[in-house]
Design a protein. Structure first.
Length: 224
């Protein structure tokens, strides 16, 4: 899959993060509406553009043939995300949808939050529709950093230089509480990889259901 689609690693990493940040790692991000449950996590605007759910389903189908009801869907999400980055920062790969960038232009002081004026011009050109409901904005995206297909420290270089797509991407480069880490990661890739690996393990262990507290679904997008 990675060979066929170089954007897959970023999609799987985002899938893992969005699953685990809501009440823990339980693969609820995969559930499709059915019966009385007409609204799921996918209905949240925060989950716009979530991809590769079908890949987890495909892996689960093959796995059920070999060892039925043994490996949970949440385990598959974590393992796929781990393989996607060889445990090595989330915004270092992938893209940002323009509908998430547009909020930076809500006021006339958009350049005050550590945004390079030239980069602001670039964003306005790539994301010309300033309406959050614009279909054009939703379909358009910008790379997360200069090397959006490679997991490296370019994201931190861009943050320091005021080239962050999202407000948080820029603010961590100027906030005195986070700038020392940004500078350290930009200067030392191994340090960044080690810190990210530790954070990945902590997030993937967040509120994991074990024993009788959880179930191993046979199909990941349906509740058995």
């Amino acid at each position: 899959m990675f060979a066929l689609d170089p954007t897959a690693p970023a999609a799987l990493l985002r899938l893992m993060f969005h699953d685990c940040q809501v009440q823990g790692c339980d693969a609820s991000i995969l559930i499709e509406p059915s019966g009385d449950q007409q609204f799921t996590e996918l209905d949240s605007a925060k989950n716009f553009g979530i991809r590769k759910r079908e890949l987890i389903g495909s892996i689960k189908t093959s796995l059920e043939v070999e060892c039925p009801q043994q490996v949970s869907c949440s385990d598959l999400i974590i393992l796929a995300a781990r393989e996607a980055v060889a445990l090595t920062g989330s915004h270092s790969i992938g893209v940002t949808h323009c509908n998430n960038v547009l909020s930076r232009f809500d006021n006339e002081n958009a350049t005050s939050a550590n945004m390079d004026p030239r980069f602001q011009t670039f964003l306005r050109v790539v994301c010309p529709e300033f309406s959050p409901t614009s279909k054009t904005a939703e379909a358009t995206f910008v790379p997360n950093d200069q090397t959006s297909l490679i997991f490296d420290t370019a994201y931190y270089d861009d943050s320091i230089a005021g080239r962050g797509n999202l407000r948080i991407d820029s603010e961590i480069g100027v906030d005195p509480r986070t700038r020392p880490f940004v500078e350290a990661f930009a200067a030392d890739q191994d340090r960044f990889f080690n810190a990210f690996s530790s954070a990945f393990v902590k997030l993937s262990s967040y509120k994991v259901l074990t024993g009788n507290n959880g179930v191993v679904r046979s199909v990941c997008d349906k509740v058995d």
